[in-house]
Write a protein that binds this ligand. Sequence first.
Ligand code: SAM
Length: 272
Amino acid sequence: MNIKDVLNKNNFVFKKKYGQNFLTDNNILNNIINFADIKEDTLVIEIGVGGAALTQKLSKKAKNVLGYEIDVSLKEPLSKILCNDKNVTIIYDDFLKRNINEDLKKFKYGNLMVVANLPYYITTPIITKFIDENVNVDKIIVMVQNEVADRFSALPGSKSYNSLTVFLNYYFNIKKVFNVSRNVFYPKPNVDSAVVMLERKKEKVKVDDEQLFFSIVKQAFCFKRKTLKNNLKNYDLEKIDKIMKTFNKNINYRAENITIEEFAIISNELTK
Ligand code: SAM
């Protein structure tokens, strides 16, 4: 069934406020599916079903697909488009308002993945929700804005490395998989995109006090051009300088040059 025809017949109107830029390129869709390497016993969560171009392909590989879609005007067309995909369940609601673990209780599965072309206006809240709600997800493969993909996967010393990079890389190994041109979406967005993969770390960096660790990281990046000496004034700077000298750095370094492991050492030593 042609998605465009069904949407047209139902007088569907694209809504900018929901980040509705639907993926139209079959090759890109196939590349995402091939990269995801979905196993038979997998439950896939998709945030933002849209016209279900990706959903239909996910449905062929996964045991079940749990999709979320905020736009209720898609209910009617999606019931037609997905009439043969019996393993797809769609919850018509704002994903950010859901209790994910509660929604997952209805399913039995071997492993859990997220595969989605995200609504870009809420990319970070969507990903941090999986952390905050302690959802046992193995892999997150998502299309995001290109600059966001760079930030997520940035290495220390690079322009894009910031507190969000450290926060996400504490939980996940993150890799930018491939770039995607704005020309393969309808309507065409103003930005280019990329697919990123976040793989849950089997072993996290050892942090004794996560709250302290994250607040140090956040403050260290507060004024990007400033050094730790200026950004971490609320902490024992003399002690921090001493700790940093053990890895041949000092408080005149900027946060962008500090690795996650080094932030962990600083915060662990400060708890002593
Ligand atoms: N998956 C489709 C595709 O690849 O063509 C659509 C992707 S489109 C970039 C994002 C989708 O997310 C839209 O269908 C939009 O309505 C939906 N969406 C936006 N905000 C949402 C939210 N808070 N919860 C659930 N879905 C949302």
